[in-house]
Write a protein that binds this ligand. Sequence first.
Ligand code: NAD
Length: 495
Amino acid sequence: MSAQSKEQRCVSLSQLADLRLLREHAYIDGRWCSADNLQAIEVTNPFDGSFIGTVPNMGISETRTAIAAAKKALPTWAALLPQERANALKRWHDLLIENKEDLALLMTLEQGKPITESRGEIDYAASFIEFYAEEAKRMNVENITSHLPGRNMSVKREPIGVTAAVTPWNFPCAMITRKAAAALAAGCTMIVRPATETPFSATALAELAERAGIPAGVFNIITGDPTPVVGELCGNPIVRALSFTGSTEVGRLLLSQGAQTIKKMSMELGGHAPFILFDDVDVDEAVTHAINAKFATSGQDCLAANRIFVQSGIYDEFLDKYAKAIAELRVGNGIEEHVEIGPLMHDRAVGKCEEHVADARAKGARVLTGGKKMGGLFYAPTLLADVTSDMQIYREETFGPVAPVMAFEFEQDVINQANDSEYGLAAYLFTKDHDRANRVSNALEYGMVALNCVKITGAPIPFGGVKQSGLGREGSRHGLEEFTELKYVCAAFKQ
Ligand code: NAD
């Protein structure tokens, strides 16, 4: 810890009702591991740079220790009845809900997102634990009608074994529970390596897992630089499955690292969601939807509406109303109840907004509101009109509060433009025309389509993308497939 950091300890930490939820340790084999001889990683509040705490910068040898612990814990955990695993998971779920205020505060302090969004994320994170506690009891597969005489043929689902999760900073709790709840429910053990920026949401989850009685070695948190830790998780043959959420670029790298051990890899990667408004929609409602779809998590969301296509008949009216609504968004410290847009995660994120806006301006886009830094890690909520396909923002995720809008004339044109992307995570479509809604949603090359709505996520749905947005699904009964293997048993009997 630097002298300057010590002086600037984040004052809001004093609002935690349960100070033991701030764990400045990794959690391996049921033990809280401190930095000791290791370098410590400092974690700061993106709102003001104040110091929150440190976690140990672990490396390859500590990662191997965590893998060995998960391997040791596996047989006993896998052998429990699903109901017994479900009981532990339900206690974990209940503890998340009981400690929602503290968990939300920790999240806002290390991540910056508005406190109301953090509370929503804790509910969302807890819902995966509850869902999979139930779902584990129903991992039924099938009996097969035999094609051979004197055989009974059956298929069952078995836990894949030791698993790993590598998660991003934009949803520091939910991206962990979406993976861990499914893995643990299925009978797997897991090592989680949270994002460097947001380890305390992860260690608080481990503290609550311990209180819930989840046995040592079943759920482990390892902190440290990504290259050695994640490299070992990807390369170690004991780890049978790795689930990653993050950028497509890093996902590609991890896929290649996992190839050596033929690891089962699931990938929740970047998105570049088209948001399509046909001119039969109610423009005021569309503005509200476009605010929610673009500016949640201050624009740092894989589901963010990144290319807003508006049919020409309502283009000007939409721009006018959208610009006013964006200008009214309240920007500030996420722990203040009224704040709607918090700081971005780091300088790189602010730089990306600046770069995309400058490039779009130079190529003819109009800035109707925002378009500038606001000091610290804040970037003003921004509306860019007349965006075209040669602009950087048309191809790349901005991951910030910049909304790019463009006009279209015909249905087929907007389908072509919406699909003109390497990404295929989510798409939004608004129209009152039933036939058009069906035609367009069928034609969209996306894993998830939101038709006349914005909120589509939740534990019961299969979340995931096509093309370079990922592999596999999280949530729903399909989420168990990432952490299980099918076993076929063919039993002969005398006729
Ligand atoms: P990122 O890819 O930079 O980092 C994700 C994780 O990988 C972090 O834990 C990070 O520390 C680690 N990492 C980074 N570089 C690594 C390396 N060289 N080797 C091993 N590990 C490495 O992504 P981010 O900036 O944390 O998150 C934003 C991205 O995540 C966006 O692209 C967003 O769309 C995507 N995302 C996708 C989903 C989804 O469900 N599809 C959800 C949230 C975020």
